[in-house]
Ligand binder design. Structure first.
Ligand code: DC
Length: 221
């Protein structure tokens, strides 16, 4: 079975997808981490981020594995490196390039083939897996998302103000929504899940409930 989880930055997709996959014993595909890894390795190999043909080829060739919450590229743990501001910025031109998105779509489909997966990103339900068993668009108001992100950053010891978090989030929202290919939007027939006021545990519990009834119906038919 394939379950897609898309939505804007800060909606809590990653933690929900990770908990869901571990509760169900399914594979987890973090497609944001794939675009980030691609940007990191392109920079290291001195491939221009604007050279979408070379970056797309690199994307097809790289071995990316998700293991126990870590991201391994060619066996190397890049989990921390891909979350730096430098790589977040470098990922933008990579994720914007239609050729790169086409390559990553094929890689993601191959990763999911024959498996039970939770796949998380921006275009998983709308472009990569339009026939998924369940498509979820996880969202929350801009202020709620910024508030959560700000709390997270404060607990990690960074000094960012709530206003600065909100501003960088709206820049990311704008970029995600205006991408010519793979723009962030709810897929057709997606379940739009507004999570304002819900704890991460309540979000996961509700999703597990939906998936269990789906599995039940699937087994009955
Ligand atoms: O979810 P994230 O912040 O790790 O995503 C990193 C970048 O990749 C961000 O610019 C959005 C982009 N992205 C995308 O374009 N399509 C996806 N399926 C996943 C992420």
């Amino acid at each position: 079975m394939i379950i897609t989880l898309d939505g804007p930055a800060g909606a809590g997709k990653s933690s929900a997808a990770r908990s869901l996959a571990s509760r169900l014993g399914w594979c987890y595909i973090d497609t944001g981490a794939m675009y980030r890894s691609l940007a990191l390795i392109a920079l290291e190999r001195e491939i221009s981020l604007e050279d979408s043909l070379q970056v797309a080829r690199l994307g097809e060739a790289l071995q990316i594995v998700f293991l126990d919450g870590r991201v391994l590229v060619e066996g190397r743990d890049v989990s921390a490196e891909i979350r730096t501001d430098r790589i977040t910025a470098a990922t933008r031109p990579v994720a914007d390039a239609p050729l790169v998105r086409e390559a990553m779509k094929n890689v993601q489909r191959k990763m999911a083939a024959g498996r039970d997966v939770i796949t998380e990103g921006r275009d998983q339900g709308s472009v990569v897996f339009p026939d998924a068993d369940l498509k979820v668009f996880l969202t929350a108001s801009a202020t709620e998302r910024a508030r959560r992100r700000h709390l997270e950053e404060v607990s990690r010891g960074t000094q960012a103000t709530l206003a600065a978090v909100l501003e960088s989030q709206s820049r990311r929202d704008q970029a995600d929504q205006s991408r010519p290919v793979g723009a962030l939007r709810p897929a057709d027939h997606a379940f739009i899940f507004q999570t304002d006021g819900l704890s991460p545990e309540e979000v996961v519990d509700r999703l597990v409930g939906m998936i269990e009834s789906l599995i039940h119906d699937h087994n009955e038919s």
